[in-house]
Design a protein around this ligand. Sequence first.
Ligand SMILES: *[C@@H]1O[C@H](CO)[C@@H](O)[C@H](O)[C@H]1NC(C)=O
Ligand SMILES: *[C@@H]1O[C@H](CO)[C@@H](O)[C@H](O)[C@H]1NC(C)=O
Length: 209
Amino acid sequence: MQTTIVTVAVAVACLVGTASAGIVFDRACPTGIEAKQYFSVESYLGKWYEIQRYESEFELNFDCVQVRYTDNEDESVEVSNSAYNLFNGSTINVVGRAVLSFPDEEILQGKLNVSFFGAPNDVSNYWVLDTDYETFSVVWNCQPLGNTQSEENFWVLSRTPTLPADTDVMFRIHNIMRRYIDRSQVRFTRQLDERSSSSGKDGVRERSP
Ligand SMILES: *[C@@H]1O[C@H](CO)[C@@H](O)[C@H](O)[C@H]1NC(C)=O
Ligand SMILES: *[C@@H]1O[C@H](CO)[C@@H](O)[C@H](O)[C@H]1NC(C)=O
């Protein structure tokens, strides 16, 4: 029983950026990083495929990660994550809740508080740094670990199992990664394996990590 709980908790952390899985850096959280301005929750709803993420030892081997955001009736968003383990065939599905971190701001920023298992939404842990809502989203989060370390999560999401080769999209993603992301820690998520439900839709070859 204990093992099951731990496994699920680890999986959740892998998918959503709670403060327990990510890359640990020997530095404080960077400051001055801006989230998307004039953020529209409504346009952000729907299904996203994970394309890249910061890897951590806890989430090794999870691929085919998909996230679905749906409107709840109370201004919050239901978060439904699923992932498939290509090595041992296990699937995980986790449901949580997200709210805008600062809903009263004059200019809404793409910052959300995401939580699972009914935990309070009291950490701003999902920052959309850039998105066009229709193609891609770049999400990042940093939580301090004491004064000299921090733990970061990072995801590139796409509306389709692979990102389209659109120059503007590539430029916008690259622009953020160049400034804020340690590329040596980034892992590509396989979305096109035939065992995953999303596979094979567009015939694009799988990218290697
Ligand atoms: C598959 O591997 C994952 C991560 O390595 C582990 O958490 C999970 O328990 C494994 N599932 C099975 C059915 O072995
Ligand atoms: C989100 O979390 C931040 C702390 O990181 C808190 O200040 C803010 O009030 C929270 N937002 C909501 C709507 O609970």
